[in-house]
Design a protein around this ligand. Structure first.
Ligand SMILES: *Cc1c(COP(=O)(O)O)cnc(C)c1O
Length: 434
């Protein structure tokens, strides 16, 4: 957009798109095409030597997908972005891009269930080892576990499902002292509640399937880079080694940093992982994600306010053993929430069900409005018993370390009237304890 810095709510409906370049179409067109004509042989050689940028093949780039990439990049003030077919693809490509060929990732046990499971089952088979900190709330304990071949610290800014907040400013300092980047999964916060780049994070990963899109009708992911990390510091030779496929018009081999100095990280994901592993986002799915994004602030504001109402209701109930939400009574994350999440701590929380397994099942089965599924951030509220579903891949011991006790119930608050949601919970509690 024409140079001047526009505000968040303007960017979320207009960012990264110029109608003049698209037949003055007001809505972003769906470029449902696998390939793009190269024009003539001269243009083709320019495109393939990166001396002119243009679309070639939708697996590595598409105009509709590119609007989504640019728009989310503008919302987080990123130097570059790449959209992918899922949040899992975004996360895997990011961490492989850092630690491929033998490296370690340092993280915490407080992770999305799929992430945790992939770390256990898949990463070691690709030569990538995962280290877990002893105490995720003590930044010093990260310092102790960094090894020579540690390639990144990775945390969720607001953790799934219990809403632990990572002290990303402190963690980014620790990472940078060791010449490694801080990678964050910002899915729960979305760019509306938190911009991790402001606090020193280097790479942001999103599952756009969740609140970013917010309508539960698409699977999508994004990777963003701040553009500030020094990839030439010696720890990441994959960014500085000359490559035949990056040769210039005269045939001189160049590195990814030579060709894409502003956004080498996402350019390397695009040119290697997206090109060869191929988890491309389709143009229609990108379009749906763009439509969802247009109402991001409005949705999150209402969802945060309804969440606070539900928490107030649950805090008074004897059927509720505890509540984990950064702003709930007694939460250890109040100070971090004030610092990182002044607009609210999101719309997902957990509580302990103070009853037997049978009562818990009866409670869940008696709900009439809440959906029973895994997709948080949806416009429709949902409820789920995490230890048996979303985090069911974890062993009892791993669940313990992740703070997921057998009585845990997770709620993601949608856009319904909060009083209807409270009445639904109340009637289900009554049935369960009848
Ligand atoms: C859902 C989720 C993912 C995975 O995203 P998909 O789009 O489902 O592949 C990663 N991280 C977090 C925090 C999530 O909630």
């Amino acid at each position: 957009m024409a140079g001047e810095k526009l505000r968040f709510d303007t960017l979320k409906v207009r960012g990264g798109y110029d109608p003049k370049e698209n037949n003055f179409s007001v809505s972003v067109p769906i470029y449902q095409s696998a390939a793009f004509d190269l024009g003539n042989t001269e243009r083709a050689s320019k495109l393939f030597s990166f001396s002119e940028f243009g679309f070639i093949y939708t697996r590595v780039g598409n105009p509709t997908v590119a609007v989504l990439e640019r728009r989310v990049a503008e919302l987080d003030d990123a130097a570059g972005a790449v959209a992918l077919g899922s949040g899992m693809a975004a996360l895997t490509y990011t961490l492989f891009n850092l630690a491929e060929g033998g490296g370690r990732i340092l993280t915490t046990p407080r992770l999305y269930g799929g992430t945790f499971d992939s770390f256990k089952k898949i990463y070691p088979k690709f030569g990538i080892e995962i280290d877990y900190v002893e105490d995720p709330d003590d930044p010093a304990s990260f310092e102790n576990v960094i090894k020579d071949d540690t390639k990144a610290i990775f945390v969720e800014t607001i953790s799934n499902p219990n809403g632990a907040i990572a002290d990303i400013e402190v963690l980014s300092e620790i990472a940078h002292n060791h010449n490694i980047p801080l990678v964050v999964d910002n899915t729960f916060a979305t760019p509306y509640l938190l911009n991790p780049f402001k606090f020193g994070a280097d790479i942001i990963v999103y599952s756009a399937t969740k609140a970013l899109n917010g309508h539960g009708n698409v699977i999508a992911g994004l990777v963003l880079e701040s553009g500030k990390f020094n990839w030439a510091n010696g720890k990441f030779p994959q960014f500085t080694e000359p490559q035949y496929t990056l040769r210039d018009l005269n045939g001189n081999e160049r590195s990814i940093l030579d060709v894409f100095p502003q956004f080498p990280f996402t350019a390397r994901i695009r040119n290697n992982y997206l090109a060869y592993f191929g988890a491309a986002l389709g143009p229609f799915d990108a379009y749906l994600a763009l439509i969802g994004l247009e109402t991001l602030s409005e949705r999150i504001r209402k969802q945060v306010s309804s969440t606070e109402k539900l928490i107030q209701y649950l805090e008074g109930k004897k059927e509720v053993a505890w509540i984990k939400y950064p702003l709930a009574k007694g939460s250890p994350y109040k100070l971090l929430a004030e610092k990182y999440l002044p607009k609210g701590a999101g719309s997902v929380f957990t509580f302990g069900f103070n009853g037997t397994d049978d009562q818990l099942n009866k409670f869940l089965d008696s709900l009439k409005i809440f959906s029973f599924h895994a997709n948080v951030g949806d416009a429709r509220s949902l409820i789920i018993n995490s230890p048996k579903t979303t985090h069911g891949e974890l062993t009892k011991e791993e669940q313990n370390r992740a703070g997921i006790t057998p009585d845990t119930i997770r709620i993601s608050v949608g856009l319904e009237d909060p009083d209807d949601l409270i009445e639904d919970l109340e009637q289900a509690f009554n049935k369960a304890f009848d």
